[in-house]
Design a protein around this ligand. Structure first.
Ligand code: XMP
Length: 504
């Protein structure tokens, strides 16, 4: 078993980044919600990192854990640091908010911060430390903060007010490495190759020779799931359900690609069923739930047609797991991802999710290791509920046809101009909002297409992409000229947060 670093989640938007950064330095890391903190003892945990969070330690019901009970090296970040200081006898005050870059100045020798003097760090906080507990010393300050980094070396407890996990903190990874490897003594021996060999052995022990139904969508995640299970000796039955919410011609492209990979697919065209169930439904969460449940119903039927299916496999990723459970406990549910949230309580088969510990870029790396072609690996993510969450309000065949055409035009142009592999996602959204236009001598009163192109590393945060004017102009002209029913194109310039990537 690999050494492990547990990130205790207090609801920060960047908790997942923390776990990813730690994995990037070669130490396996998982996220544990603060109220399950005792789970750290289920693993070979070498160190504990307390995440930031939106609360103030003085809030009623603010999330907490008994810091003094944890006899492992601890690093607290932002809220995590304030919790440590508060519990061990120091003082926290509410102050002016600070958001943005600052310069870290070391004022004492410190293994924890070695090599980081003078570097830029990223602040995002309201409360701050005013007095440190006994046994602690200050090792780093900034122009505005006199307790930017504190430590108690004897007890191996450390705290920083800034965020080492975000890329704006220049040497954040160095700080995490100093803590995880030099202080906590974890071995940096985790990587995707090790994950693959351990996963294949463990899957082989649990489901080798067993019949597993795999929901394949043509996306990287489900394809990797199917191939990994096949490698592990499972009797894989890949099922591709056409829910009628796929992109232009997608079912044909996907079937061809899966066949090339040696996966002989059971194909089910269920578009009529999905569209009839979605008829008249406007609420985004309802759409997601209906789609999730319909998926499972169809799988169950297919399973019954096949004999001896014991497992259902899904390409659920770590962010899906976390967004649906961990953070959900602590902050409000933003969107239910159908592959987790929509599952009925009593599933007819056992569930296997071999990628549920992995982030997207790790799955891509895994795919490369399994021999999947680069072009396929680089496919942009496409959500399970498909175009249903890219048509605002009710879904009709006419709206789907319009969106498919516009989206195809957009994607073709994005590929032609070399942006497809440079951005996280590029897609069209249909806004059933009509506006007046003029075409030739005719007045039109048609729908709007919104273009959404974002950059992201994991879908958790995202920024909109600045496209050259000529490309935007071409996309807009092509869409309006060639898509009947559209007379206006707009560009989405919203970041996540506060927006989300998909519109519903
Ligand atoms: P949001 O809209 O939450 O999307 O900012 C973040 C990333 O997740 C994808 N997404 C989904 N993927 N099932 C999926 O498999 C879903 O229900 C789902 N909803 C959103 C989205 O495309 C983006 O990459």
């Amino acid at each position: 078993m690999s050494d492990l670093v547990a990130v205790i989640d207090f609801g920060s938007q960047t908790t997942q980044l923390l776990a990813r950064r730690i994995r990037e330095i070669g130490v396996y890391s998982i996220i544990i919600p603060y109220d399950s903190w005792q789970d750290i003892y289920k693993y070979d945990t070498k160190a504990v990192v307390l995440s930031g969070g939106p609360s103030s330690i003085y809030d009623k019901d603010s999330p907490t854990i008994p810091v003094e009970k944890i006899e492992l090296p601890i690093l607290g970040i932002c809220y995590g640091m304030q919790l440590i200081v508060h519990q061990l006898g120091g003082k926290i005050i509410s102050d002016d908010q600070e958001y943005g870059p600052a310069h870290l100045k070391l004022i004492a020798d410190s293994v924890f911060l070695k090599g980081t003097d003078g570097s830029t760090v990223w602040m995002s906080h309201k409360d701050r430390v005013e007095a440190i507990p006994e046994g602690f010393k200050t090792v780093g300050i900034t122009n505005s903060i006199k307790y930017a980094a504190v430590e108690n070396n004897r007890k191996k407890i450390y705290g920083i007010q800034f965020h080492p996990e975000v890329t704006h903190t220049e040497l954040g990874k160095q700080i995490l490495k100093n803590f995880v490897i030099d202080i906590a003594g974890a071995s940096a021996d985790w990587d995707i190759k090790r994950f693959i060999s351990e996963k294949i052995s463990s899957l082989n022990r649990s489901i080798g020779g067993k019949k597993v139904l795999v929901a394949v969508s043509g996306g990287v995640d489900s394809t990797v799931t199917a191939l990994l299970l096949k490698r592990a000796g499972a009797d894989v039955v890949p099922v591709f359900i056409n829910n009628g919410l796929l992109r232009y011609n997608e079912e044909k492209v996907v079937l061809g690609q899966l066949e090339k990979l040696g996966l002989s697919v059971v194909y089910e065209d269920a578009s009529e069923l999905f569209l009839s169930k979605l008829k008249g439904v406007q609420n985004p969460e309802k759409k997601r739930k209906i789609i999730g449940h319909t998926f499972i119903d169809i799988f169950t039927k297919i399973a019954k047609r096949q004999s001896g299916i014991e497992y259902l496999a899904q390409g659920t990723l770590y962010p899906d797991v976390i967004e649906s459970s961990v953070v959900g406990k602590n902050s409000s549910l933003i969107k239910s991802h159908h592959n987790v949230g929509g599952l009925p309580e009593k599933l007819g088969f056992k569930l296997v999710e071999p990628l549920r510990e992995l982030f997207k870029d790790e799955v891509r790396e895994l795919g490369r290791n399994l021999g999947i072609a680069e072009e396929y690996i680089q496919r942009q993510p496409f959500p399970g509920p498909g175009l249903a969450i890219r048509i605002i309000g009710e879904i009709t065949r006419q709206r789907l046809d319009i969106l498919k055409k516009a989206d195809k035009i957009l994607i073709d142009e994005i590929k032609k101009n070399g942006f497809y592999n440079k951005v996280w996602q590029s897609f069209a959204v249909l806004l059933p909002l009509r506006s007046v236009g003029v075409m030739g001598d005719h007045r039109t009163y048609d729908y709007t297409i919104c273009i959404r192109i974002v950059d992201s590393t994991d879908g958790m945060t995202a920024d909109w992409v600045y496209l050259p004017e000529a490309v935007l102009r071409k996309i807009s002209t092509e869409i309006i000229n060639k898509t009947e029913g559209i007379n206006r194109v707009v560009y989405d310039v919203s970041t996540k947060p506060p927006s989300t990537i998909e519109w519903e």
